[in-house]
Design a binder for this molecule. Sequence first.
Ligand SMILES: [Ca+2]
Length: 174
Amino acid sequence: MADLKGFVLSFLFYLLVQSAPSVQDSRFSWHRFGQSSYRFYGEARSFEDARANCMSNGGDLAIIKSEEINSFLAEIISTSNPSSACYLFGLRRENGGNFVWLDDTLERRTESSWAPSEPNDSLGIEDCACMYTHPSVEYHGKWNDIPCPGQRPYICERPQDCFRFTVFVNSGRT
Ligand SMILES: [Ca+2]
């Protein structure tokens, strides 16, 4: 009975939070697409610091394996925060060779994913990647390889049901 009461209270709390008006600027909130939610952060961070912040929010830097997700993210960023900034996401070069996603799968998209003349591995130190949100067709949604320590805005991804899972796990502890 106590378990049922806890479950009902957790569910009501979940509904309350889900339906509550957000006091946060919606441009910088989580955006749903497919099985994930995505959020972009305008403050510049290195790859590792950006990744740490994404992980502290239940996710990681975004893995962008399809053109659909890439277009979705490029559109959100360019309409919400128009700039020529390049946003970090979850792709990096492995031992100076191939680009690998943070889930350890090889990057398999076509050359058209990259901006003109990229990836160029300038000075042999460009082992991370970012997405341009520049409105010009040549650069909109295209990628550039860049040095990992350089500070840039970034895109996080987390499972869509992350928050719900957190609520129910916490309810089990009481
Ligand atoms: Ca480059």
